[in-house]
Design a protein around this ligand. Structure first.
Ligand code: SF4
Length: 328
């Protein structure tokens, strides 16, 4: 174990200044970072504690959206009256993640920054992992890969993003608010997480020294017809084999707009606009849902242990759409 400097930031500007030093990690709830530090996967020289800088409020935006501070706890967000009534998809996804104890600690910003749970990444006993040791290879390709990607993987890495929350945010087209040394910027959630490509060590487009300050949700269009379906090995405290965030805007029985995001299948939440467009302008039915589901996994490539995910993702999509369509 090496020595780690610890600094407590007093406000967001102070946090940003402290975050500029090399080998610094920002810590909020710490539910993922501390595990990785204990295992020797993350080895920062400095921790900046941002738990007392504010940024935990949930406020209405002009025009009808919602701003959720980066330090809002997952349980507080999931149970917030405005989130439950206007964005039930987000509430459901948050409550499907981790355990109540972890949700009481985990924050919005930290959840967005969750690192993959590939066993070859989180255990330093393995010496082949391009994400942890760039250029070392990918042990999962020929190893145990039941939980791994079927879409968007690369030769370098086949890990999946573990967040439930991010799948719902992808379907809701949230925007991530970021502060940096040269000012702030807004990043659509679809551009926040990365596919692995040749650089799987970078999971997001957050630059070193930048800080997530909030997540913005657009005005709600899917409050009445939304469903988050998570398929996992046990009914709680397990990562998704496959998950689906399905959101429908239905008027007079006709789908005006559809959003479908898959989790557990790629290095980022997976959307296919053509699959969503297929549903728009029609009544929701089983055949069209199956067609959309097939489009979602077009080009899927399985590995030794995860072929079942291609079929599972399609059946879960049809089921999530049906549930979303039935809600009112
Ligand atoms: Fe490492 Fe990615 Fe391969 Fe897992 S899938 S061993 S995280 S490179």
């Amino acid at each position: 174990m090496h020595a780690i400097d610890y600094e407590r930031a007093l406000d967001p500007a102070h946090a940003l200044r402290l975050a500029q030093a090399a080998d610094t990690r920002v810590i909020g709830g710490g539910t993922n970072l501390l595990d990785l530090m204990k295992g020797g996967v993350e080895r920062p020289l400095r921790l900046v504690d941002i738990t007392r800088v504010g940024l935990a409020d949930i406020t209405e935006l002009p025009g009808g959206g919602l701003r959720i501070g980066a330090l809002a706890r997952n349980s507080d967000t999931a149970n917030h009256a405005l989130v439950r009534s206007r964005y039930p998809l987000l509430s459901q996804a948050l409550l499907a993640g981790a355990s109540p104890q972890l949700r009481n600690m985990a924050t919005m910003g930290g959840n967005l920054m969750q690192r993959p749970r590939c066993p070859y990444f989180v255990d330093t006993a393995f010496d082949m992992c391009n994400k942890r040791l760039p250029g070392s290879g990918c042990a999962a390709r020929e190893g145990i890969n039941r939980m791994h990607a079927i879409l968007g993987a690369s030769q370098a890495c086949i890990a999946v993003n573990p967040s439930d929350m991010s799948v719902a945010l992808a379907a809701l087209e949230a925007t991530v608010q970021i502060a940096g040394p040269r000012g702030g910027r807004s990043v659509p959630i679809g551009d926040f997480h990365r596919l692995p490509g040749a650089q799987p060590q970078a999971e997001t487009t957050l630059a070193p020294g930048e800080l997530i300050t909030a997540v913005d949700l657009p005005p709600p269009a899917f409050a009445r017809h939304a469903h988050y379906l998570k398929v996992r090995d046990r009914s709680s405290y397990a990562f998704a084999l496959v998950s689906v965030a399905a959101a429908l805007d239905i008027a007079d029985g006709v789908v005006r707009q559809a959003r479908i995001a898959l989790g557990g299948v790629a290095h980022k939440p997976w959307r296919v606009p053509a699959a969503e467009a297929l549903l728009a302008g029609h009544r929701l039915d089983e055949a069209r849902s199956r067609e959309a589901a097939a489009l979602l996994v077009r080009g899927a490539q399985s590995f030794k242990d995860n072929r079942f995910k291609i079929d599972l993702a399609q059946r879960a999509t049809v089921s999530a759409l049906r549930r979303a369509g039935e809600m009112a």
